[in-house]
Ligand binder design. Structure first.
Ligand code: Z5A
Length: 211
């Protein structure tokens, strides 16, 4: 009997308006074309608990304390890892997740100002050594993302934040990409979609070729 080769864990990140949803299907199709079973999922979300946390944090009208928000993100992540991500990877599926812990560093750390050390402590507790094999950080400046966002409504709780909040979120993402350049691939999305997707395909190529 041959042992199952564990799947790979790919995350997609970026501020709103960069085109994550637009490119998620392209990532999945590229991996499927290479012969992999793909499990698409998202955070917060991916489990019944995670989807309820998502509803509460994105669309609830109650004020949520930043520390409570951080803990809810990791509570949802704990369920997501144990119920969905780890079993899928163990079965040999490739997991593509729309946002993961880089978003926590960017939004709760950079955006809300919570200490990076607190996030790192929760990351170690909830994830152990699990980290994405590859993170695609989609990035574009606000001059490009703002008009894209205005074209869609209504805004969720995060999208209602001020410009300075998103500037901090973006700066945190970019700093993480610079610090972890082996894992995080920066993809500029202020260009026509075919050019963006050519870069995404190039970023996936080394991983797809290696089993
Ligand atoms: N959050 C958090 O705070 N902490 C955490 O730990 C986690 C999450 C995990 C989840 O929202 C929220 O949760 C998020 C952070 C917080 N905050 N917000 N908001 P989400 O990820 O579900 O929502 P989103 O950021 O709005 O993602 P999205 O729906 O995938 O949007 P998008 O990245 O902006 O993608 P899009 O809808 O594909 O693109 C936007 C528009 O641009 C659309 O009209 C496209 O047709 C257009 N587009 C895309 N690419 C192009 C190019 N290349 N040219 C021209 N037009 C384009």
């Amino acid at each position: 009997m041959t042992a199952t080769i564990p799947g790979r864990f790919i995350t997609i990140e970026g501020v709103e308006g960069v085109g994550k949803s637009t490119n998620l299907g392209f990532v999945a199709a590229t991996l499927q074309a290479a012969g992999h079973n793909v499990r698409l999922t998202r955070e917060p979300g991916g489990t019944p608990l995670g989807e309820r946390v998502r509803q509460l944090l994105l669309h609830g009208d109650a004020r949520v304390d930043p520390l409570a928000e951080l803990l809810l993100m990791f509570a949802a992540r704990a369920a997501h890892l144990r119920e969905v991500i780890e079993p899928a990877l163990a079965a040999g599926d490739w997991v593509v997740c729309d946002r993961f812990t880089d978003a926590t560093y960017a939004y709760q750390g950079g955006g809300r100002g919570l200490p990076e050390t607190a996030i790192a402590t929760l990351e170690a507790l909830v994830q152990g050594s699990r980290r994405p094999d590859l993170t695609l950080l989609l990035d574009a400046p606000p001059e490009v993302t703002d008009p894209r966002l205005r074209a869609r409504a209504p805004a969720d709780r995060f999208e209602q934040e001020e410009a300075a909040f998103f500037a901090r979120v973006r700066a945190t993402y970019l700093a993480r990409a610079a610090r972890e350049s082996g894992r995080v691939r920066l993809i500029r999305t202020d260009r026509p979609l075919p050019e963006v997707q050519a870069d995404i395909a190039q970023a996936l190529a080394p991983l797809v070729g290696r089993t």
